[in-house]
Design a protein around this ligand. Sequence first.
Ligand SMILES: *[C@@H]1O[C@H](CO)[C@@H](O)[C@H](O)[C@H]1NC(C)=O
Ligand SMILES: *[C@@H]1O[C@H](CO)[C@@H](O)[C@H](O)[C@H]1NC(C)=O
Ligand SMILES: *[C@@H]1O[C@H](CO)[C@@H](O)[C@H](O)[C@H]1NC(C)=O
Ligand SMILES: *[C@@H]1O[C@H](CO)[C@@H](O)[C@H](O)[C@H]1NC(C)=O
Ligand SMILES: *[C@@H]1O[C@H](CO)[C@@H](O)[C@H](O)[C@H]1NC(C)=O
Ligand SMILES: *[C@@H]1O[C@H](CO)[C@@H](O)[C@H](O)[C@H]1NC(C)=O
Ligand SMILES: *[C@@H]1O[C@H](CO)[C@@H](O)[C@H](O)[C@H]1NC(C)=O
Ligand SMILES: *[C@@H]1O[C@H](CO)[C@@H](O)[C@H](O)[C@H]1NC(C)=O
Ligand SMILES: *[C@@H]1O[C@H](CO)[C@@H](O)[C@H](O)[C@H]1NC(C)=O
Length: 450
Amino acid sequence: MKTNFLKILFYLLVAVTFSYGLDLNPDDLDSLKQATALVADGLMDYYNGLDYGETIGMFSDPYYWWEAGGAWGSMVDYWYFMENDTYANITKQALLFQVGDNWDYVPSNQSTTEGNDDQGFWGLAVMSAAEKNFTNPSDDEPGWLYLAQAVFNTIAYRWDTDNCGGGLRWQIFQWNSGYDYKNSVSNGCLFQIGARLARYTGNSTYIEWCEMVWDWMVSVDFITTDDWWFVYDGATIDNNCQNISKLQWTYNQGLFLGGAAFLYNVTGEEKWLNRTQNLLDGSAVFFNNSVMYEAACQGIGTCNNDQRSFKAYFSRFLGYTALMVPSTYNQVYELLRVSALGAASSCSGGTDGHTCGINWFYGGWDGFWGLGEQMSALEVMQNLRINDLPAPYTASSGGSSEGDPAAGTEDLGSEANKALSIDTADIVGASIITAVVGLSLIAGSIWLII
Ligand SMILES: *[C@@H]1O[C@H](CO)[C@@H](O)[C@H](O)[C@H]1NC(C)=O
Ligand SMILES: *[C@@H]1O[C@H](CO)[C@@H](O)[C@H](O)[C@H]1NC(C)=O
Ligand SMILES: *[C@@H]1O[C@H](CO)[C@@H](O)[C@H](O)[C@H]1NC(C)=O
Ligand SMILES: *[C@@H]1O[C@H](CO)[C@@H](O)[C@H](O)[C@H]1NC(C)=O
Ligand SMILES: *[C@@H]1O[C@H](CO)[C@@H](O)[C@H](O)[C@H]1NC(C)=O
Ligand SMILES: *[C@@H]1O[C@H](CO)[C@@H](O)[C@H](O)[C@H]1NC(C)=O
Ligand SMILES: *[C@@H]1O[C@H](CO)[C@@H](O)[C@H](O)[C@H]1NC(C)=O
Ligand SMILES: *[C@@H]1O[C@H](CO)[C@@H](O)[C@H](O)[C@H]1NC(C)=O
Ligand SMILES: *[C@@H]1O[C@H](CO)[C@@H](O)[C@H](O)[C@H]1NC(C)=O
């Protein structure tokens, strides 16, 4: 009798924990603030950079450096959208600690793993800081705009016309595996940071770069422009980039979608409106009844730590799209609203009772947890505030960040010098990491075949 009662109590508790999640009313600011505060706290639980022996700016093992850049970008957004400075100082300190000797987010500690995309995600974070007028660094530190320009300039310097008629390789350094692979995420980072720098600074050189990146992406069919506008993962440089890995990730679609939206906003050109709308329509592959999901890996349960954060960036870039191209607002807002409700319902796990899961149409917590899950839920919820606050600032409309169009270019040869100082033991470690990523890519591609 007693055991039966305990059993029933247990199942009741499980049912309550698993089916409700955060109480979110998208139309009520207090509700949004309360829900996102819990999710943001959960995100920051993975940050141990202030502990003894840990490194400022880095999240706890096993999260890579690039994802930290993504997470700090989400925390800049949290500060802005929720008008909450609880984590602002920690965020600023982290963003500045990882700039590297050349102030371009190529810190020497990361040279065994850092690719163009990794650098790009820190660049996207500081670009947001500039656009949101986040507290400026002091005079002896680089400004947010300076850092974004340094990331742009150093990535642009690596543009490679010797293979596949242009484009960026995935990797910066020859010793990292993936150096022979050209991919959409690296090129997408250059494209979107360029588009946002164009709007922020008014300098049309960035637009020319974006035109070149776009044309190249379409020329090698990494972006399809026939029936559905999709962004594929990439291809190795042998065969002239013809053997394309057709995996589709939310963040790749989002990088080009958001970038095109910024370019429409700054140029007013019909073609960028058209490209924005077509990429938005192509994003349908990532929604199930308007609930966002990482289609290539979520259903089969193979999303790795990196991939579990992609919906965070996609949500963020959807927000930009709605702002920069107002004719998309209703379509985007509905996707964000329905997805945010799903995300909130997933945030009912763990010992704290509000750990977020990966599957937003599960109707409760699905047992997954991690930095990526927290970031994704946070971004999709906080982007419901896009219309309540000023759109991203520019240098002439409220932004106050210090920049320099030549940032990062003083010491461009230094990458070659780093090659000489690298420890070969570390290189072996790095290629194992990449091999694991490679395996999950193969697992993910099963979804495509199905
Ligand atoms: C600000 O954020 C912190 C951390 O998420 C949270 O505890 C606090 O309640 C928030 N304040 C308001 C006014 O929402
Ligand atoms: C952030 O740092 C500034 C300057 O050190 C300090 O004045 C402010 O109180 C801090 N804010 C918070 C929320 O801790
Ligand atoms: C680089 O690694 C060393 C040793 O772990 C650490 O002390 C230092 O803070 C790290 N620097 C950065 C920028 O990560
Ligand atoms: C194309 O790439 C796949 C891996 O994505 C590989 O298995 C296959 O051998 C490649 N085909 C050619 C012709 O290079
Ligand atoms: C928009 O894109 C479609 C599909 O590629 C194309 O057929 C159409 O001509 C474009 N319209 C404009 C105004 O550029
Ligand atoms: C879409 O969501 C429903 C639940 O709302 C689920 O049953 C279905 O399997 C999902 N479809 C995919 C492709 O995941
Ligand atoms: C650019 O974005 C601003 C801010 O959202 C908006 O008011 C303006 O209408 C946009 N410009 C164009 C050409 O759509
Ligand atoms: C941006 O920050 C600067 C420096 O704190 C401030 O003077 C300016 O008013 C801010 N701009 C807006 C639009 O809030
Ligand atoms: C515009 O940007 C380019 C590329 O970064 C730079 O070379 C040029 O000096 C900039 N022009 C102005 C007027 O700032």
